[in-house]
Every structure is written in structure tokens, then in C-alpha cells.
Design a protein around this ligand. Structure first.
Ligand code: KG4
Ligand code: ZN
Length: 357
């Protein structure tokens, strides 16, 4: 292997088939096929539909990634794949594909954690991660605050959602307001035409909750409050001011997310906050995070939108870091683990690195 590993990363934990290629810390390509349109009419991701779409997209995405990067599979130094957490059947397609590549090409295989990959991707965007970094990952599937002393081996969960994920709340509230799926971008856009006129509840921010659930989130009470507010207006035959409801809901979510993230930085003496996941695209979240980080003297890092949502580049980025730091390779019995704990950055039985390769 050269000093700068060329790594192919595969991501299939949800509805995106991502294949990325990273050379050391340089992103060469990020090929992605999404089955989101196939799920739209169900109002959420249907696991079986996602798995089948991954199967159909996998080989074309690998071919496209190699073609666009101008490299051959035989040029690779390693294969990385999301081993969890995520949808079991969807993960299995990626893990089986990665094993087939690693075995047939004689390459080391790295089964990696999806959440740690969301953090590692910022290395190809903004350079080395400050150690420690605080990461807030907010998407349709997860809402977590992570303390990251070393993304290749030490990721700690400070808190996460106890019910709906942040993106899920956006999607559900959008549905109540008659906006299409996925709802986040529509709420973001509608909010631009509205005013924050309704004081919706901020979950888990009361004094007692801040003792027991200091860095946890809860969005289902907020979703219910919005639903009730809208239903009351409709029952009274009144028009629902969609932009105002959207802006007020968005403010409640973003207020809690940024308040807890910056508090976590302060209390753990961390000088950098990274925000990732699909909800990181939210314009109000970006603005409020920037303002609160500036006030707290915390550097805010948000990767570009395509790298915030699920993609293969993030998996390749973490794989390359594992190789650069000489972390153990995963063995071929590596399982897809739908509930892989965030502390398992790399998974599967460790096998010795073949330095002659
Ligand atoms: O990371 P992602 O693409 O997929 C996973 O869920 O893993 O995130 C998708 C989520 C959806 O819930 C979508 O509504 C939300 O991210 N989202 C947004 C915005 N863009 C996407 N939420 C709020 N504001 C946005 N601009
Ligand atoms: Zn994700």
C-alpha cells in the first residue's frame, strides 16, 4: 500500500446507495442513487423497497464511481462499508457487496459505523478534525450529540432522541401541513414566508429534564402540539397559516438542538462543533448554530449539503482514516448490525493488517 490509501466506501443503511472514493484525505468521487421517490407515496422509507433498490443500483454505482474518478477497482488499497446502524436488509446489501469486492480483489475490509462516518466526512471537506470535536447528527433516522476524541476509535454518545428523530419530526409536521415528503426542505422554504407567531414546546429543556436528559432530545410532544394547534383551527373552520406554523415549529426544533449542542461544547470544553445529517441543510439551524457558536467561541463546521446527507464518501473517508492510523481490519464474517452502538467505530473481528499488500 502507498502512504496515501485509495479507499472505496459503500453506504446502504437507509434509502441512498452511496459509493465514494477517497485518496487519503482527498475526495475523488461521491456517486449516489436514491430511492427516495419510490418511498414518497408511503410517507416514509419502506425497508424492502430500499433493499431492492440497493441491489439494483450497487453495480452501476461502483462502475460510475470508478469511471468518474478515473481509477480501476484493482487500484484500490481498501474497501470500507457501513456495517450499522440502519435498516437490516439494506445494510446487508452493502456488506455483502463489500465482502465480495474485498475477497475477489484481496483487499482489507473495514466495517464501519454510520454515525462515525458522518463525523469523519468533514475531514475531506475542512481538513483534520479537531480532537476532541463535538458532533451533532440530525437526520431522518438519528439525532445524536457525540463527543469525539478520536473518530477512528473513540466516539461517545452524550445524548440522542428519546422518540422521533429531528428529520422525522420535520417530515411528520410537513404531512400535517399538507406539504410533500420529505418535508424538511418544504418546511424550511415555507418558513421563509412566515413569522414565528406560536410558542411551541421545547422538549426536554425544563429543569428536571435537564438533570435526567441533559443532552437528549424529544420531538414527539412538539409534533403533537403542532397537530393539535392545526386541528383546532381546522375544526373551527379557520384557515391554517402554514408559513407561520412552519416557522414556529422550525424555531422550536432548532432552538433546542443548538442550545444543547453549544451547552455540550461548553461543559465538555470542546472548541469545535460539527453538524451533519440531512437536517443540517436547514437554513435556520445553520444561522442559529453560527450565532450561538460565535457567542460561545466555538468553531462551527458544517460539510456541504451533499456530504451531510447519507453518502459513500463518508464511509471511504473513515476507511482511509482507519488505514492511515493502522487500525485493525474487519474479518469476512463481519455482520450487518442494525443496532450497532455508536461506540463501535469499526466492527467485525479484528484481523492483522497485511502490510505486504
Ligand atoms: O441524512 P438524510 O438524507 O437521510 C437520513 O434520514 O439518514 O436526512 C433526511 C432528513 C429528512 O427527514 C428531511 O426532511 C430532512 O433530512 N431535511 C431537512 C432539510 N433538508 C432535509 N430538514 C429540515 N430542513 C431542511 N432544509
Ligand atoms: Zn445518516
Amino acid at each position: 500500500m502507498s502512504d496515501t490509501p485509495l479507499v472505496l466506501g459503500i453506504e446502504t443503511s437507509c434509502d441512498e446507495t452511496g459509493v465514494g472514493i477517497v485518496h487519503g484525505t482527498e475526495l475523488l468521487v461521491d456517486a449516489i442513487a436514491s430511492s427516495v421517490d419510490e418511498h414518497a407515496r408511503f410517507g416514509g422509507v419502506v425497508p424492502e423497497v430500499a433493499s431492492r433498490a440497493h441491489l439494483e443500483s450497487m453495480v452501476p454505482m461502483i462502475e460510475r464511481a470508478c469511471r468518474q474518478a478515473g481509477v480501476a477497482l484493482t487500484d484500490m488499497d481498501g474497501i470500507a462499508v457501513t456495517a450499522g446502524p440502519g435498516l437490516a436488509g439494506a445494510l446487508m446489501v452493502g456488506v455483502a457487496s463489500a465482502k465480495a469486492l474485498a475477497l475477489s480483489l484481496g483487499l482489507p475490509l473495514y466495517g464501519v459505523n454510520h454515525l462515525a462516518s458522518h463525523v469523519a466526512v468533514d475531514i475531506v471537506e475542512h481538513g483534520p478534525l479537531p480532537e476532541p470535536t463535538m458532533a451533532m447528527l440530525v437526520s431522518g433516522g438519528h439525532s445524536s450529540l457525540l463527543l469525539v476524541p478520536d473518530v477512528t476509535r473513540d466516539v461517545r454518545s452524550l445524548g440522542s432522541t428519546i422518540d422521533d428523530a429531528a428529520g422525522e419530526a420535520f417530515d411528520k409536521v410537513a404531512r400535517v401541513l399538507g406539504l410533500p415528503f420529505p418535508g424538511g426542505p418544504h418546511i424550511d422554504r415555507a418558513s421563509g414566508d412566515g413569522q414565528i407567531t406560536i410558542d411551541f414546546p421545547r422538549g426536554l429543556t425544563g429543569r428536571k429534564d435537564m438533570e435526567r436528559h441533559r443532552f437528549d432530545f424529544s420531538f414527539s410532544g412538539l409534533k403533537t402540539a403542532v397537530t393539535r394547534w392545526v386541528e383546532t383551527r381546522r375544526a373551527a373552520g379557520e384557515a391554517v397559516p402554514v408559513p407561520d406554523v412552519a416557522a414556529s415549529f422550525q424555531e422550536a426544533v432548532v432552538d433546542v438542538l443548538t442550545r444543547k449542542a453549544v451547552l455540550a461544547c461548553r461543559e465538555h470544553d470542546v472548541a469545535a462543533l460539527q453538524v451533519g445529517g440531512g437536517v443540517a441543510a436547514n437554513s435556520r439551524l445553520r444561522a442559529m448554530a453560527q450565532q450561538r457558536c460565535d457567542e460561545a467561541g466555538v468553531a462551527l463546521r458544517v460539510p456541504r449539503r451533499a456530504l451531510c446527507t447519507d453518502n459513500g464518501a463518508m464511509v471511504a473517508a473513515l476507511g482511509a482514516q482507519l488505514m492511515l492510523k493502522g487500525r485493525p481490519v474487519s474479518d469476512l464474517s463481519l455482520p450487518a448490525d442494525s443496532s450497532l452502538p455508536v461506540t463501535d467505530v469499526r466492527t467485525g473481528l479484528p484481523v492483522a493488517v497485511d502490510h505486504d499488500h
